[in-house]
Ligand binder design. Structure first.
Ligand SMILES: Cc1cc2nc3c(=O)[nH]c(=O)nc-3n(C[C@H](O)[C@H](O)[C@H](O)COP(=O)(O)OP(=O)(O)OC[C@H]3O[C@@H](n4cnc5c(N)ncnc54)[C@H](O)[C@@H]3O)c2cc1C
Length: 468
């Protein structure tokens, strides 16, 4: 008899949902987590702090109100790190309480410390005080997430040369910043600091950024960021970083030197598996510390599952939650559906981006015909009211059966709006539904109807010409 039916390593979104789903199925569940990391990277250093910081930046800078009240509009003249972090700490504290309470009311045991395998059913838990405990479980779910990858050639001093975790420990808003890596995290922070007035330079060795997104949307984002004084250096690689008393200098392979008060590396993330004792359980991680799983999130060892960022793409909180729930159901022998292939992507840049389904480039490469329906916020009454003249929603529609192939949104509320499209797509609806539906007025949701009409008018035009 094992101590628990399921023991979960890590209390991020994947771990939490795996443990709670186990408990809901009437099984005994425990979560192993460091005392100061309940909620995982998501609550403590990643999603929630960064999204709260963004909200604080938008509020205090008054950026979104400037179309209405002029370019000099600000809620607070000198924004300090304390102003920004006050909101962040408040939200983190509340969220940790919510998670602790959810675990407690579902009778999930929280085992404080870090876990490592002694064998495929036994975990040793070491807490911060050096105490050790051993627990056994029928099934084990690894949800240990990731940490920022650090190039060995760069000396991080946590003040001038930092990674994304270091953002939350800055003592002032820097006047200038270099962001190395134009991935989602790098660009989100680049846009927040640019909005605060920091002169940001983004260095990216690839030719493009966010190339999984709609090309026009990424162009629009770059235009907005340049307008906030962001400089992009694409096809450039940082050769070395020089540390100086009042900042850092990035020396690029091309010979350029870029000075800044702070340099943030955002060069991918590494799976947190190095100290898990995987070999004791008969497992091994890849070179980026990630674990391989099957469609049920089961690793190569039958009773061990892995979910969340530790298994790689898409490495998003919402996906991790669903993976956790599905893994628990499989581990408990409960029937389950496969993870939906229709997964939304949300990028909280300023302005924000969200999409679901295919991009134009993907459809073109796959030779799937499509028509584009566009709605611009500036032509919506709600867009005028909120002062968003740049927002845009694009529907990619099949001219054959009118199904929605993709929805791409850029601008205010993009990450919320995308879910209307997701619901239509997920339920097998067509653009005809959106043409006929009546939306509240004035709303941004109305953009669906406008874009649907646009797509249908284009499709009709082709049909008319072909009929003549
Ligand atoms: C700056 C930033 C911004 C982000 N923004 C977004 C966003 O806007 N939207 C979004 O969807 N996603 C975002 N993400 C990604 C999101 O945070 C992750 O996808 C999500 O947190 C992954 O969840 P997880 O379950 O893998 O666990 P994580 O949240 O990664 O947590 C893993 C936990 O495991 C614990 N752990 C590690 N080793 C052990 C061990 N041996 N024993 C016990 N516990 C252990 C760690 O202490 C940690 O608490 C962001 C990430 C970052 C870094």
């Amino acid at each position: 008899m094992y101590d628990f039916d399921v023991v979960v390593l890590g209390s991020g979104p994947g771990g939490q949902k795996a443990a709670i789903a186990t408990a809901k199925l009437g099984k005994r569940a425990a979560v192993v987590e460091r005392r100061d990391m309940v909620g995982g990277v998501c609550i403590n250093t990643g999603t929630i702090p960064s999204k709260t910081l963004r909200e604080a930046v938008l509020y205090l800078t008054g950026l979104n109100q400037r179309e209405m009240y002029g370019q000099s509009y600000r809620v607070k003249e000198d924004i300090t790190v304390a102003d920004l972090l006050a909101r962040t700490q408040h939200v983190i504290g509340r969220e940790i309480e919510v998670i602790r309470s959810q675990l407690a009311r579902n009778h999930v045991t929280l085992l404080p410390g870090l876990g490592r395998f002694l064998d495929q059913h036994t975990i040793e838990v070491i807490d911060g005080t050096g105490r050790e405990a051993t627990v056994t479980a029928d099934k084990i779910v690894i949800a240990t997430g990731t940490l920022p990858a650090r190039p060995s050639t760069v000396e991080f001093d946590e003040k001038t040369i930092i990674d994304s975790d270091g953002i939350l420990h800055l003592d002032r808003v820097p006047a200038s910043m270099i962001v190395v890596g134009a991935g989602v995290i790098g660009i989100e922070y680049a846009s927040m600091f640019a909005a605060l007035g920091t002169k940001v330079t983004v260095v990216e060795s690839r030719e493009r950024m966010l190339d999984f997104c709609d090309g026009e949307v990424v162009e629009a984002l770059k235009y907005h960021l340049r307008d906030l004084s962001v400089t992009f250096r694409f096809r450039e690689t940082v050769a070395s970083v020089q540390q100086h008393p009042r900042g850092a200098i990035a020396v690029l392979e091309s010979g350029k030197k870029i000075p800044a008060e702070v340099l943030m590396y955002s060069a991918g993330r590494q799976g947190m598996t190095a100290s898990l004792g995987l070999d004791k359980a008969g497992l091994a991680a890849d070179r980026r510390g990630r674990l391989k799983v099957d469609e049920n999130f089961r690793t190569a060892v039958d009773n061990i599952y892995a979910v969340g960022d530790v298994i790689g793409f898409p490495a998003l909180a919402a996906t991790s939650m669903e993976q956790g729930r599905l893994a628990a159901h499989h581990a408990c022998g409960e029937p389950l559906h496969a993870l939906s292939t229709l997964q939304p992507i949300g990028i909280y840049t300023i302005p924000e981006i969200s999409f679901i389904g295919k991009t134009e480039d993907e459809l073109t490469a796959e030779r799937i015909p499509f028509e584009v329906g566009v709605s611009r916020y500036r032509e919506l009454a709600r867009g005028q009211i909120i002062g968003d003249s740049y927002g845009v929603l694009k529907l990619l529609v099949s001219p054959d059966d009118h199904s929605l192939l993709g929805v791409h949104v850029f601008g205010t509320g993009a990450t919320e709006l995308v879910h209307i499209g997701q619901a239509v797509m997920g339920c097998g609806g067509t653009v005809d539904y959106l043409v006929d539906a009546v939306f509240n007025y004035p709303t941004l949701a109305e953009s669906y109807k406008v874009a649907a009409l646009d797509a249908m008018n284009k499709i009709r035009q082709i049909e008319r010409l072909s009929d003549e």
